[in-house]
Design a protein around this ligand. Structure first.
Ligand code: APR
Ligand code: PHB
Length: 389
C-alpha cells in the first residue's frame, strides 16, 4: 500500500491528526495495535483546553462535545481549610470544558469511516524503516500476513511505549525525565460531583482531586506511595480519605457510591527531543509525558497535532520543506511550558517524601500568596486554560 502519511497509533493524537490531514485532502492511514474497543476502554483525564475544543469544532466533530461537555469557568485550589477559586473566565476571558478524553476518542473513531480516514486495528509488530530517507515505510502483521505501507512521512502517535520514538537514533536524541515518588489512586463512580468545579487539594495528609465526567459521574484521586496497592483501598476507606483531604467545604457535599473503576497511575514528567528526525514526526505521549496535575496530556497532544498538520499541509500544498524542519522547535516550545506548569502544580500540591517542615511551610505560604494575589491567580489561570498555540 502507498500513502502520503503513515500514522502509528489511534489514540486521540493519531485520530485527530488523521482527520486534520483528511480535511486537507492529504492521504493517510492510521495503524493501531489494539482493537477500537480496547482503545476506548482506557480511562483518562477529561479537561479540554480551547485548542482541543477548537480542533474538534474545525473538524465539525463537536456536536456531542457541545451538547454534553460542561463549560467550567473556574476551578479551586484547596489547602485543607479553604477553597481558593481561580476564576478562569474573569482572569483570562475563556474557560475549559469537562468532557472525557475517551469521548473525544470515540467521536474521532466513529467519524473515521464517513470521513474516509482508514484506521487499521490489530496491526501487530509495527516497525518503522528508513526514517532518515525521503521514502520511509512501515511494516506490520495482520491476520497472519506481513504488510508494508510506503509513505512520504511517518508520524508516531503511539504513546510512551510505542516503537516510533525508538526509531530516532540515540546519537541525535536527548531525553529529560523526572519520576515522582507517588502515584494517583483514582476512583470513578456514578455519583454527582461534590463541587460544581474541580478542586485540587493539598492537605497535610497529601493530595486530593475532585473531578467529574458529567453531572452524575465523578472522578476523584488521592496520591499514594508507589508501593501502595488498590487492594488496600476498599471504597469506604478511599471516600473517608477524600473527605479529609478535600476539606470541610467540599467534603460536605460528597456523595459516596460504589467504584466503577479504581487504579493507581504513576506520575512522570518526560520530554524527548527532537520531535522530528528525517521523515518521522512525533506527537503526543510518544514524545512527552506530563503528570496529570493540570490535565495537560491530551491538550498537548492536540497542540502537537495542530503543528504537525500545519507542517504537513505546508509540505504537500505549498512545497514548503521548511515547514517540516520547523515542526520540532515549534512543538517543543509549547511542550516545555506545559511541562513547567504541570511540574510546578505537582510540586505545589503534593507532599514529597523528602519534604520537611520548611518545604511544607513554603507550600502553605505559596497557597496563601495565590489566595491574595490576582497576578498569581492570573498566571495559573492562563496556563490552565492553555497557552496560545
Ligand atoms: N503499534 C501500533 N499502535 C501502537 C503501538 C504499536 N506498536 N504502541 C502503541 N500503540 C497505540 C496504543 O495502543 C494507543 O492506542 O498508540 C496509541 C497511543 O495513544 P495514547 O497512549 O492515548 O497517546 P496519545 O494519542 O499521544 O494521547 C495523548 O491522551 O491517551 C492520553 O495519556 C494520554 O493524555 C495523553 C494524551
Ligand atoms: C480527571 O478528571 O480525570 C482529571 C481532571 C483534572 C486533572 C487530572 C485528571 O488535572
Amino acid at each position: 500500500m502507498k500513502t502520503r502519511v503513515a500514522i502509528i497509533g489511534a489514540g486521540p493524537a493519531g485520530l485527530m491528526l488523521g482527520h486534520l490531514l483528511r480535511a486537507e485532502g492529504i492521504d493517510c492511514v492510521v495503524l493501531e495495535r489494539q482493537t477500537g474497543d480496547y482503545v476506548l476502554g482506557r480511562i483518562r483525564a477529561g479537561v479540554l483546553e480551547q485548542i482541543t475544543v477548537r480542533t474538534m469544532a474545525r473538524l465539525g466533530l463537536d456536536a456531542r462535545l457541545k451538547a454534553e461537555g460542561m463549560v467550567e469557568d473556574g476551578f479551586a485550589l484547596a489547602d485543607g481549610k479553604r477553597l481558593i477559586r481561580i476564576d478562569l473566565k474573569a482572569l483570562t476571558g475563556t474557560s475549559v470544558v469537562v468532557y472525557g478524553q475517551t469521548e473525544i476518542t470515540r467521536d474521532l473513531m466513529d467519524a473515521a469511516p464517513r470521513r474516509g480516514l482508514e484506521v487499521i486495528y490489530e496491526a501487530g509488530d509495527v516497525a518503522l524503516h528508513a526514517v532518515d530517507s525521503d521514502a520511509p515505510w512501515v511494516t506490520y502483521r495482520k491476520d497472519g500476513a506481513e504488510h508494508r505501507i510506503d509513505a512520504r512521512f511517518i508520524v508516531g502517535c503511539d504513546g510512551y511505549y510505542g516503537p516510533s520514538r525508538r526509531a530516532i537514533p540515540a546519537s541525535v536524541a536527548r531525553e529529560y525525565e523526572r519520576v515522582y515518588p507517588f502515584g494517583w489512586l483514582g476512583i470513578l463512580a456514578d455519583v454527582p460531583p461534590c463541587h460544581k468545579e474541580l478542586v485540587y487539594a493539598n492537605h497535610e495528609r497529601g493530595f486530593a482531586l475532585a473531578s467529574m465526567r458529567s453531572r452524575t459521574r465523578s472522578r476523584y484521586y488521592i496520591d499514594v506511595p508507589l508501593t501502595e496497592s488498590v487492594a488496600n483501598w476498599p471504597d469506604e476507606r478511599l471516600w473517608d480519605e477524600l473527605a479529609i483531604r478535600l476539606g470541610a467545604q467540599a467534603a460536605a457535599n460528597i456523595t459516596r457510591g460504589p467504584s466503577l473503576e479504581k487504579s493507581i497511575a504513576p506520575l512522570r514528567s518526560y520530554v524527548f527531543a527532537p520531535m522530528r528526525h528525517g521523515s518521522l514526526l512525533l506527537c503526543g505521549d510518544a514524545a512527552h509525558i506530563v503528570p496529570p496535575t493540570g490535565a495537560k496530556g491530551l491538550n498537548l497532544a492536540a497542540s502537537d497535532v495542530h503543528y504537525a498538520a500545519e507542517a504537513l499541509a505546508g509540505f504537500f500544498a505549498r512545497h514548503d520543506a521548511d515547514a517540516i524542519a520547523r515542526y520540532s522547535d515549534k512543538a517543543l516550545a509549547r511542550v516545555w511550558k506545559c511541562e513547567r506548569f504541570s511540574w510546578s502544580l505537582t510540586r505545589l500540591m503534593h507532599r514529597f517524601p523528602e519534604d520537611g517542615p520548611f518545604e511544607r511551610a513554603m507550600q502553605v505560604a505559596e497557597l496563601d500568596y495565590i489566595a491574595q494575589s490576582r497576578h498569581a491567580q492570573a498566571s495559573i489561570a492562563e496556563n490552565y486554560v492553555g497557552l496560545p498555540v
